[in-house]
Design a protein. Structure first.
Length: 311
């Protein structure tokens, strides 16, 4: 593809991933500098013309979440004011996705607010991966391409050649994802019944399914403080699992996550690079989503089906 047909820019959230995407596509990364004024305000300079171009802005809204959101909004606004033909926000990780409903009186629905802000800034399309709540797609009045991480994770475990497998969903909300993953690798399915007495706190109540004596793979969309995944792994091991692996699309890994993983019974944690990992340990295996996002960009640009990537 000729580089003049479309241009890819990125903020500071995950520049290495953006570089992998442009290397995969064989195009240069757009020339833009994002700096800070003395008072912390964002200063953006786009050093090339975008008039009439299809623009793709690669910016996951991960930590520091609010800074990265503002960078994305400012870049979209700048591209719109510079007469870009179409602007696509490529958000491998969608921040605030866990605030998608009111769980008690006077709660905000921040995931919807995010959708409003991005649309108002001037985005024409969204590309994202493994939304914590798939219903967030309906928060947007512009096209949204929702890419799954399961095929990438499943391919890795298929190549490992593990036998007698059981896939475990760490909660009831992740059953559909776990079932899809289990079908791809030819495994049985089990479910952990847990409750959350407070944010970032979970308690294992029961395990539903046959997993004793099997190699278990726990799968989730997000691993944040790693409390759920490490407690679940320990519960499975104590109840008869042979060994425990874990995987997720978005490795938030905040607070005590790394220490918890170090001290856990998990043999290997497989994640993708939708979010850059600040601290890593030998047990963490990182898979790249750059080829998937690159292919999605090509298909969007050429008005082809994106869902065919997974059929």
């Amino acid at each position: 593809m000729a580089s003049k047909e479309f241009k890819i820019f990125c903020g500071n959230a995950n520049r290495p991933l953006a570089q992998e995407i442009v290397d995969y596509l064989g195009v240069p990364l757009g020339e833009a500098k994002i700096q800070r004024f003395g008072d912390g305000e964002i200063c953006l300079a786009i050093d090339e013309s975008v008039r009439g171009s299809d623009i793709y802005v690669v910016q996951p809204t991960c930590y520091p979440t609010n800074d990265n959101i503002m960078e994305l909004l400012i870049m979209i606004d700048a591209m719109r004011r510079a007469s870009a033909r179409r602007i696509t926000a490529v958000m491998p990780y969608y921040g605030y996705a866990r605030q998608e409903r009111k769980s008690r009186a006077r709660d905000p629905i921040t995931a919807k607010l995010m959708a409003n802000l991005i649309t108002t800034a001037g985005a024409d399309r969204i590309v994202t991966m493994d939304l914590h709540a798939p219903a967030i797609q309906g928060f947007f009045d512009i096209p949204l391409d929702h890419l799954p991480g399961v095929p990438i994770l499943a391919e890795y475990f298929q190549e490992k050649g593990l036998e007698n497998l059981c896939v475990v969903s760490p909660d009831l909300g992740g059953v559909t994802r776990a079932r899809n993953f289990a079908e791809r690798i030819g495994a049985t399915l089990a479910i952990i019944d847990k409750r959350r007495p407070a944010p970032n706190v979970s308690e294992i109540m029961n395990v539903i399914g046959e997993f004793q004596g099997k190699t278990v793979i726990m799968i989730d969309d997000i691993i944040d403080t790693a409390g759920t995944i490490t407690q679940g792994a320990l519960a499975l091991k104590e109840r008869g699992a042979k060994e425990v692996y874990a995987c997720c699309t978005h490795p938030v890994l905040s607070g005590p996550a790394i220490e918890r993983l170090k001290n856990s019974v998990i043999r290997e944690l497989v994640v993708t690079n939708t979010i850059p990992i600040e601290k890593t340990i030998p047990m963490i295996k990182v898979l790249s989503v750059a080829p998937l996002l690159g292919e999605a960009i090509v298909r969007i640009h050429e008005d082809l089906s994106v869902s065919k990537l997974f059929s």
